[in-house]
Structure formats: structure tokens, C-alpha cells
Design a protein around this ligand. Sequence first.
Ligand SMILES: [Zn+2]
Length: 518
Amino acid sequence: MADKKVDSGSESDSTEEPVVGNVNKFAVVPPGYSGRPKKGHLIFDACFECGNLGRVDYITEYEYDLFIRPDTCNPRFRVWFNFTVENVKSDQRVIFNIVNFSKTKSLYRDGMSPMVKSTSRPKWVRIPAKHVYYYRCPDHRKNYVMSFSFCFDREDDVYQFAYCYPYSYTRLQNYLDNLEKKNMDFFSRELLCLTVQQRRLDMITITHPDNLDMDEVRHTVFITARVHPGETPSSFVCQGLIDFLISNHPIAKVLREHIVFKIVPMLNPDGVYLGNYRCSLMGFDLNRHWLEPSPWAHPTLYATKNILMELDRNEKVIVDFYIDIHAHSTLMNGFMYGNTYDDIERYERQSVFPKLLGANAEDFSLANTNFNKDAVKAGTGRRTLGGCLDDNSHCYTLEVSFFSYQTSASSSSLPYTEEGYMKLGRNLARTFLDYYKLVNFITAKPSSSIVPKPGAYRSGVRDRQHERSQTDPTVESYEDRRRTYNRHGDFGINSCNGFGDPPTSIRLQLRDRDMRKY
Ligand SMILES: [Zn+2]
């Protein structure tokens, strides 16, 4: 156990030893106390899949400093946390301070809050933002600290706290196992390689079986997700995409008839399993190693890039899209990054898909979407593959906020739910139909009525979408979907989350400190 070690929380301070392991059923007792922990002596644990908590310091009976365990072999990254607390007393009120974040800019400034669930209330909810404070703390060498107050209300419950909705390697494996059991003739799963710790790198293919016969040229869409293990929203987006593509929805059927979808849903299974935020087991940020992936140090990238290059070389395959799904820790909404090219026509062509996605997904922001060739992004999937795939291919990073989105219709922001992330995945899927209709590759029914007029995407995608929804009953309009969101109103932050509120005195205690809210 690493709880006696001290994390510097700062790269420049090398005199202190780093936190290296997760706390393991660690009972935090007052100084000088010996003997068995009593009820109310909190027991912290992070020794489970995707768990992360490196150390807990007792400050007072009401307050604890918590240290994130840095990524394995890379102490620079400390953002993801996921741990349980048990042995609580009913009505026990606490303040938890997470004191060693490696980032300073954060959506905590914009109202993001940690997730919580408990054994008797297994649905994740966000702690109300009014109980969360993010500030520069004089007690922690001016590090940014996120403090939240919480009231434990049920003695027998185990409480779990996390940075965002967890999505584990095991969850993905169970999901894929279940899909395989359905024996769908348009779905297949293959093992691309094993990771350093012998986990599976899966690739699934979704297409009409006739498309696997290689006599004709096939258009291919290649999607990857979760190269950054803490970016759990990318897994929900990816699952939403897969769920839609294998569904009976008429758009999904048309897409399967015409397009081959290749999806690698988890590029960094070891990092996910270990509860890292950014890196692989060996401490590599894999999204900086696409240029020359090593078969032993970055085996999942090596295998994925090989498949992509093989497809690119195959004369019967046209790789139209490579999209890598991520989550963003400081910006709101879904949005895309693309490349800039000297070829103006190529540059213009690649701006089309984000516009179409913006027309389908109310949470997608064109304002946040941008095209660049920053040096800091060299070695990313999007940059590298944009340079080595065929000139007609489109390479993007799809980002989605860890927290919330704003729509053009409302000035307030709506926190994402698991379902909200999956919906973005479904909207991504249906946008491929719009794209292939626009380029006149798909014209078949049932959605021939939705072929846009030439140049329509330039003159305002919303109008075209509205026009489309009037003629095609399978397409929900933007307004229909907005109404559905409003009716369900299931965005946890504004609703009662079922957990007890800490009393005003605890909140005041937090507020009265020497802190500045950023
Ligand atoms: Zn990322």
C-alpha cells in the first residue's frame, strides 16, 4: 500500500516520493488511535478494475485529503479517480479535498462535479455543483484543489466516487460477447493482438455479408476509441454508434448495405483496466506514437495501424473516414479536430462532415470544431493517418465534453448523461448516410427523399434537416428531439440525486476558507 508515501503534486518538486499504488481497504483513523476501526472510521478502497486513489490523509474527523494515483510509469498525469468508501455512520458529514490534480484548467470551473453511487442506489449521479469548490489552495503549494462536501446517509451502503461515468474493459468484453451470441450475419469480431498484460484488442466489422466478397470496391469507415483510458465518454459514444449500426433502423440497414464499418472500441485496454487517465501500462501517451508504433511498446497501435495501412493499400478498399473518439476535460459540447492541408479542395471537402453532424446532433458545436497542424498534436492518430492514408480520406478526432453541452436554443448548459453520450454516437452513425447521399454514393430507398439539393450544406444545414424530417418519417427532427429531452428532463445535476445534502455548516466551513473560486 502506498498510503504513507507523499506525492509532490508538482513536477518541479523531486524531493518527495510519488504515490505508486492504490489504497487497499485502507481505514483512516484519527492520529494516535489504535485498535479496530470503529463505525465512522472511513475505509477507502481503489483495488478494483479502473480504480484510482493513491493516498488518504486524515485532516479532521470531518475532512480528508485525497491523492490521485498517477498513471503507471508516468507521474505527470493525475486526473482520473474512482474509489469506494465504506464503514460510514448514518448522517456522517465530510469534506473530501482532491489535492494533486495535474491539470489546472478544468470543467470544475464551469459547474462539473464528481459522480457518486452507492450499493442501494446503483445509478451514477452527479454531486450537486453547489457542494463542489475548485480553487488554488495555499495549503497545497498553491495546487488546484477540488473540494466537495458529502453526507453519508446509509450505514450499510458502500459509496463509490468517480471523475466521470466509468466504462471498464470488462464491460466492453461483456458487451461484445453478447453481440457475438446474437449471431448477426452482418457483425463479426476479431482479435487484432494481445496487450502487454494479455488483454484483447478487439476489432469489429459491421456490414452486409455480401460486402465481404472482394469483387467490388468497398467504401470503409474506420473508427477507434479510448486511446486515452480516462476518457470514458468516448466508450459511451462508441457503444451508441455500434448499437445504432447493428439495429433495425432503416438508416442502419442502408448503411450496412453500402458501407463497411471497422471499429476498434478500446485502443488502450491495459490503461483502462489500471485506472490510468492518459497512458498505457508502460507510461506512453499512445496518441503521440502513431508515426512509428513499436510492436512491443505500443502493440495495440502497431496492430491497428497495420490493418489501416493494409486496407489503404488494397485496391478494392476505399478508406473514406478515420475517426478517433476522445473526451475533453476543459471544453463543452461534442466537436471535431481535423487537419489543414495545402490542397484547398481537400481542406474544404473535410469541412463537410462536421457540418452534417452539427445538423444531426444538437450537442455538436461547429464553433469548437477546428482544423490545425499544431506541433503538439504530431503523432496523434488524426494527424498521422491524415498524412499517410489516401488523399481522399477524411481523418478527424471527435471530442466530447466530460461534462456538458450548450445548444444554440438555450444559454444554460446541460450535463451529459450516459444516454446523452450514446445519442451522440447514434447521431454520428446517421450522419454517414447524409454524407454518402451528399456525394451521391447512396441513393437507395428508404431515404431517397432525403437527398439534399446540391450545395444545400453550404446554405444552412438546419434548414435542410428540417426539410428532410418532413418527408422521411424515419428521421427525427431536431425539434422533435429537443422536445423529447425536455419531456424526460433526466439531467441529474438539477434534480434531487437521492443522497443527503451536507448541512449548511459544512458548506460554510468550505466557503469561509481562504480560497478563490476560479
Ligand atoms: Zn484524448
